[in-house]
Design a protein around this ligand. Structure first.
Ligand code: ASP
Length: 567
């Protein structure tokens, strides 16, 4: 039986077959006290040492006891623990299994290296904070399924051995033994399949889907992650966004007992970049970026003059705080690490301006700067995107989230269709996204806008979606502008363009990162903390030692061979 089953027991009631782990042991005179822990809670059980029972127990032994339930004296009630007002006087003990010495204690606060925690993840998951994380994840799945049922959205699954779906990362490949020298890809997302459902006549679709992207693991990235994937036929961005708001609102109230306000605010990509320096703004911080380029037109500060003349920008943030030299130097070092040439700053105090460039200011520049009032004006100048990136960092560093709302959602839309990544043109979402205007896309794809929308929560990209292309010739055009030639298009996407050619409805969809959602709700530092068995930052699983080498004879079945590359 479980500990929570004895919640309503009364003094003297007999407890039989209560199982759990030995959480801690304390010897007091003739009595031994053991905290017994199971999934549902912890209860103190008491052994009388003068009795017959052999009490050689250690932490994490899994035991079963019989005994008598007893309410503790008022003076002994431990209010901090579940069932702290009760104990069980043990009459019978059986040790179901002993435990080796633990690699770390099963306690709430441990500072054990994460690799060790992952190697013994099954022990790590016995700890209360991890249990809460995983149960919150489980409750999230449960709430998603209830709202999906209520909204009449169909849960349909898609294959995981597929031909590559481009989402901007590298694929994980699975060699085929039956057709040697060929490979399946694991889905980066079920994107093309969910669109095929719309072509197949299903009005909508959802799936709690595993996605695989071979990219560097960071605190909010994992090679394998879980998303709530959705698609709607006859839909447009407004319909999708309103469904997502219903879903998110329900899950927050049902799974996290938290009321959130809808509709969420919407910003265009350009607004977000101008005001916050990022397309993932943390809206809990009220302060926005100032464009102070105008102040310096014709300035005697040479480098600013050059930047402005070559089309660059000067972006600033004003804080009422008079930052210390040490704070300024630290910020300067941090943004230099990001690639900036250094932090620009003016301090404004008693109607005087100080700072390395203060002496070079002309009177009208001084007056404009004094207008910001006492405090510190921090700025960056140069190319718009880089400046935005540094100012976003400064904003998140110098200001604390101060909104009354714990969870601040914002939609970002009207993204550029393409962006440059390592000098190559890439769709900012994926190449199945509809351009906002087909003609502009055709004539000037670099400056075209996509019908792509992201949902951002507290500065974290929670999900993305788009209006899809439902016209085969536009689909082909997008792939061409992306840089694929006819034979590549045919080879990689010919089957999909063919599928689009049989009366495809208008459709649109979205996907929400469930790991990110749970991590954000629980304020966890990394998504690894809310994934039961995550990989390390380098993509390894210390528990099973995956990925592992394969014997050469097995590789032969797949027509594969190791090539040792010289470094
Ligand atoms: N497939 C996209 C992604 O995984 C989401 C979508 O467009 O629905 O990011």
């Amino acid at each position: 039986m479980n500990i929570n089953e004895i919640l309503n027991y009364k003094d003297g009631d007999h407890v039989e077959g209560l199982t759990g782990w030995v959480d801690s042991i304390r010897d007091h005179g003739g009595l031994t006290f053991v905290d017994l822990r199971d999934f549902t809670g912890t209860v103190q059980v008491v052994f009388d040492k003068s009795g017959e029972i052999d009490i050689r127990l250690k932490n994490e032994y899994y035991i079963s006891i019989d005994g008598n339930f007893k309410k503790r004296d008022d003076s002994l009630v431990n209010k901090k623990v579940f069932l702290g007002d009760s104990e069980i006087e043990v009459t019978n003990l059986s040790v179901i299994n002993s435990s080796k010495t633990l690699p770390f204690q099963i306690e709430n606060d441990i500072d054990t290296d994460e690799n060790i925690r992952l190697k013994y993840r099954y022990l790590d998951l016995r700890r209360e904070p991890m249990k809460i994380n995983i149960m919150t994840r489980s409750n999230t799945f449960k709430s998603i399924r209830s709202i999906m049922n209520e909204l009449n959205i169909y849960e349909i699954d898609t294959p995981t051995l597929i031909k590559s779906t481009p989402e901007g990362a590298k694929d994980f490949l699975v060699p085929s033994r039956k057709s040697p020298s060929t490979f399946y890809a694991l889905p980066q997302s079920p994107q093309m399949y969910k669109q095929l459902f719309m072509m197949s006549g299903f009005p909508n679709y959802y799936q709690i889907a595993k996605c695989y992207r071979d990219e560097d693991s960071r605190k909010d990235r994992q090679p394998e992650f879980t998303q709530l994937d959705l698609e709607f036929s006859d839909a447009n961005p407004l319909i999708v966004k309103s469904n997502i708001e219903k879903i998110v609102k329900f899950v927050f109230s049902d799974a996290y007992d938290c009321k959130i306000t809808t509709p969420f605010q919407t910003l265009t990509y350009n607004q977000a970049m101008n005001l916050y320096g990022t397309d993932k703004p943390d809206m809990r911080i009220a302060e926005t970026l100032l464009d102070i380029g105008e102040v310096f037109i014709g300035t005697e500060i040479n480098f600013l003059n050059e930047i402005l003349e070559s089309g660059g920008v000067v972006k600033a943030l004003h804080t009422e705080e008079l930052l210390t030299r040490k704070q300024i130097d630290t910020l300067d070092e941090e943004i230099k690490e990001l690639g900036s040439n250094g932090l620009g700053w003016f301090k404004i105090q008693n109607k005087e301006i100080s700072g390395p460039l203060a002496k070079l200011l002309r009177d009208e520049e001084k007056n404009s700067i004094l207008n910001y009032g006492t405090g510190t004006l921090l700025f960056q100048a140069g190319d718009f995107n880089l400046t935005a990136q540094y100012m976003d960092f400064i904003r998140r560093t110098i200001f604390n989230p101060s909104s009354d709302e714990t969870f601040c959602f914002v939609w970002i839309e009207d993204f550029p269709y393409f962006e440059y990544e390592n000098g190559k043109l890439q769709p900012s979402h994926h190449p199945f996204t509809s351009p906002k205007d087909d003609k502009i896309f055709k004539d000037d794809p670099i400056n075209a806008t996509a019908l792509h929308y992201d949902l951002v929560l507290n500065g974290v990209e929670l999900g993305s979606g788009s209006q899809r292309i439902n016209n085969p010739s536009i689909q082909k055009l997008v792939l061409e502008k992306w840089g694929l030639n006819d034979s590549e298009i045919e080879e990689r996407f010919g089957w999909f363009i063919e599928a689009l050619s049989y009366g495809t409805p208008v459709h649109a969809g979205f996907a929400i990162g469930i790991d990110r959602l749970v991590a954000e709700v629980l304020n966890q530092p990394s998504i690894r903390d809310v994934i039961p068995f995550p990989k390390t930052q380098s993509g390894l699983d210390p528990l099973t030692n995956a990925p592992a080498t394969i014997e050469e004879e097995i590789l032969e079945d797949y027509n594969l061979k190791y090539i040792i590359k010289d470094e």
